[in-house]
Design a protein around this ligand. Structure first.
Ligand SMILES: NC(=O)c1ccc[n+]([C@@H]2O[C@H](COP(=O)([O-])OP(=O)(O)OC[C@H]3O[C@@H](n4cnc5c(N)ncnc54)[C@H](OP(=O)(O)O)[C@@H]3O)[C@@H](O)[C@H]2O)c1
Length: 288
């Protein structure tokens, strides 16, 4: 297939675009500089020139805390920018895959959210991404909405690298233990997205690595590697209220992925396995 990827310079886009090419697709990868999604005319022109079989829309405003004070920009990119892509796609009857987030849920439950459970974002970022989902549903006949969570990968800042670095520098690190969700590697998400595209089964999907954990237990798994090399570090559980941040996060955001498992016809990778694969290939992070 010919695929047009937006946000190709981001954390997911930089892993996903070459992966889709390795899977045999003809990938036209557009970063922000080449395709600013807030420019509706430009989006229409590029989509009309490229005539892809599918648009994979990864471009987004992703500064969760900053969004609380940059509401206008978050909505300009995540809602209206996404709407520009959806309108351009629908004009030429091109299907679209929109990457969304677990933050569309409020996190008040204690069992995994199903794809059709009521949404209720509690942050500006979550609200702007939900508005993007609705724009896609409004304009496109054929779409995939892929909600993922707690992403990390080789490109861009992420929790895994931050914890690993802190653990090398300090004897103790404090991590919140009362937020629960599913870490997801950009490598395994890229596989899920490629397999979903191959399935041709449009719809709303939840796509994360398998298993549920807290940021605290996630951090403990990350430092295991260092401990095995003799570096002692104590990971101390704290509560969200002890580490106030501008944007509220869902306390519980595990996602029910049964629809995806059915569509792909295969099990998903456990988060610990994906994490260790990532850490093994990121040799730059090994302590000196
Ligand atoms: N990271 C996570 O934990 C996480 C969790 C759940 C869902 N997601 C979703 O996954 C997708 C990929 O996220 P990511 O982690 O790869 O984020 P990211 O690294 O911030 O990538 C997003 C990319 O979009 C670009 N962008 C921003 N404004 C744009 C515009 N007006 N036009 C075109 N491109 C623009 C960004 O460029 P600049 O950086 O130069 O602004 C960046 O390269 C997003 O839809 C995000 O909402 C992420």
């Amino acid at each position: 297939m010919k695929l047009l990827v937006t946000g190709a310079g981001g954390m997911l886009g930089q892993t996903l675009s070459p992966y889709l090419a390795r899977r045999g697709h003809d990938v036209a990868a557009f970063g922000k500089e080449e395709l600013d999604i807030t420019d509706g005319d430009l989006v229409q022109r590029v989509v009309a020139e490229q005539r892809p079989d599918l648009i994979v829309h990864c471009a987004a405003y992703t500064q969760v805390d900053q969004a609380e004070t940059e509401q206008e920009m978050a909505f300009a990119i995540n809602e209206r920018g996404t709407e520009n892509v959806a309108v351009a796609a629908s004009k030429l009857n091109i299907p679209m895959l929109f990457v969304s987030t677990d933050y569309v849920f409020d996190g008040s439950r204690n069992e995994p959210y199903k794809t059709d459970d009521p949404t209720g974002p509690i942050s500006v970022y979550g609200k702007s991404k939900l508005a993007g989902e609705l724009a896609v549903q409004r304009h496109c006949q054929n779409y995939y909405i892929v909600r993922t969570s707690w992403l990390y990968g080789p490109y861009g800042r992420n929790f895994v690298d931050t914890i690993y670095k802190l653990a090398q520098e300090r004897d103790q690190i404090k991590v919140v233990a009362d937020q629960v969700g599913s870490p997801t590697s950009t490598a395994t998400l890229s596989e899920m997205i490629a397999d979903l595209i191959a399935s041709g089964r449009y719809g709303i999907y939840h796509a994360t690595d398998e298993g549920v954990t807290s940021w605290f237990d996630f951090a403990r798994e990350i430092v295991k590697d260092l401990e095995a090399k003799g570096k002692k570090v104590e990971v101390v559980p704290i509560e969200t209220k002890d580490m106030p941040r501008p944007a509220p996060r869902p306390a519980y955001s595990a996602l029910d992925k049964s629809d995806l498992v059915k569509a792909l016809g295969r099990p998903l990778t456990p988060w610990q396995e994906a994490l260790h694969q990532y850490m093994q290939t990121q040799s730059v992070k090994a302590p000196a």
